[in-house]
Design a protein around this ligand. Structure first.
Ligand code: DWN
Ligand code: SAH
Length: 409
């Protein structure tokens, strides 16, 4: 008997290629009292299935443990993301919505950052299991059901509100552990001409930029167009358009419909599939090579921060992101190197970072403190952060990034 892990989609063997060690839950920020208690950790390991072509976590934390009444991430913390979702809603309304009465369903609507924009164009309902962020959206007057999206809920939505002309989800598909059930839910809910749109961090960007910190408990899957088109095809669904996006360090938006819908598959889909094959996203060896590069990058980052600290410089972390939890824990970067992490989310301030126990302080503290270096743990928001922190750089402060390799910028 071997203990070979299996793919959550195909049931076929999963080849483990990367081990990021024992890891806390990325968004499980701790109170001072919790610091003395044992912290939950799990083995953060990633595998590739040669049948589904899906990259995925091997050990998974139960979604109920991650998405609950106290979810740490509020989408509206970023102006750039506000603009990004406003553009999506406008484009969808102009081109793809076709019936003012048919519902639009957003999965993972969080604090309403996109749902608010969609609601201006059609009856829009958000599905958001994390109670606190759902409450923030409701406080904006939005219609939100605080449950996990699954086939039973899809059937209820269809019976009570009608078939959906659009099902949309940003940064949520990769958070759903049973993607076959997700595809069945789409089949239940979508109108005959309905479309679905999902955008998530893009595997090709993760590989090329060495963005291994996109790998954490909440992200069960890392998508290519190759893997998603196989998944949807097995459920009578078809991707008809793909769009590369700059947000969150490089994302991919896929547009889909029923396989037999009157909508042509656009040439960009074949182009992207060919590009992914050129980069070897269908080959285990690509991921084995990626893992080797990740291991090498760890020493480079640690050494750089260590040397700065040894030379008497003070370093703060900037943004207590989920990704930050991974890079800090994987590289052994704790309070010995970073004095604190500043963050603009009120709910994270005054708490301690998972695993490393570095204190999380308000952004105002950073402005007053003026450390020598700010290690940006939300490198995906680098431009937005650098634009708002010009006083820091003008006073001689410098930013550090680890993507694609450790550097002072
Ligand atoms: O997929 C997910 C993405 C969309 O959001 C979730 N699984 C969780 C979350 O990931 P993350 O925590 O890595 O998200 P961000 O958007 O990279 O990080 C945001 C963090 O950075 C927040 O804690 C707020 C902070 N921040 C800040 O302090 N100042 C962000 C910006 C833009 C700023 O100016
Ligand atoms: N769409 C937002 C939020 C992304 S964070 C954005 O792009 O910024 C992921 C969100 O998905 C969280 O708010 C989480 O609670 C929610 N979520 C996780 N699993 C879900 C599921 N099965 N159904 C619906 N929402 C889910």
């Amino acid at each position: 008997m071997t203990n070979m892990p299996v793919c959550r989609i195909s049931g076929q063997p999963l080849h483990a290629f990367l081990d990021l060690g024992m890891m806390p839950v990325a968004n499980a920020f701790l109170t001072k009292a919790q610091l003395a208690q044992p912290e939950f950790k799990f083995p953060l390991r990633v595998g590739f299935c040669e049948t589904s072509l899906m990259v995925q976590l091997i050990e998974m934390v139960d979604p109920a443990q991650l998405f609950h009444g106290n979810y740490a991430y509020f989408s509206s913390i970023s102006r750039v993301m506000e603009q990004h979702f406003a553009q999506l809603a406008d484009a969808v309304a102009a081109e793809l919505l076709y019936d003012k009465r048919l519902p639009v369903v957003e999965i993972g609507s969080n604090d309403g950052i996109l749902l608010a924009k969609l609601a201006a164009h059609a009856p829009a309902v958000g599905i958001e299991p994390s109670g606190n962020v759902a409450a923030a959206a409701r406080a904006r007057g939005l219609d939100v059901i605080s449950e996990f999206f699954e086939p039973g809920l899809a059937a209820r939505l269809r019976a009570e509100r009608g078939a959906a002309q659009l099902v949309v989800g940003a940064n949520v598909l990769c958070h759903i552990p049973d993607l076959n059930a997700l595809a069945r839910s789409l089949d239940v809910l979508l109108d005959a001409n309905g479309i679905f749109i999902f955008e998530d961090p893009y595997l090709l960007e993760i590989i090329t930029q060495l963005a291994y910190d996109q790998i954490y408990d909440e992200h069960y899957f890392y998508f290519s167009v190759l893997s998603l088109s196989r998944l949807f095809a097995a459920h009578g669904l078809r991707i008809f358009r793909v769009e590369a996006l700059p947000v969150h360090g490089g994302s991919m938006r896929v547009y889909g419909c029923r396989a037999g819908a009157q909508r042509a598959t656009e040439p960009c889909v074949q182009t992207q599939l060919a590009l992914e094959r050129q980069h070897g996203l269908h080959l285990l060896q690509t991921y084995v090579d990626f893992a080797e590069r990740v291991r090498q990058s760890r020493a480079a980052l640690f050494t750089m921060l260590y040397d700065l600290k040894q030379s008497g410089r003070r370093i703060a972390g900037y943004a207590a992101s989920s990704k930050g939890t991974v890079v800090l824990n994987y590289c052994g970067i704790g309070p010995q190197l970073l004095d604190y992490i500043c963050d603009n989310t009120p709910g994270k301030q005054g708490l301690y970072a998972p695993g490393t126990h570095i204190p999380v302080l308000p952004i105002e503290h950073f402005a007053a403190d003026r450390p020598d270096f700010a290690f940006v743990l939300a490198w995906n928001h680098m431009r937005e952060i650098m634009a708002k922190e010009q006083a820091f750089t003008q006073a001689g402060g410098r930013f550090i990034t680890h993507i694609p390799s450790a550097a002072i910028v």
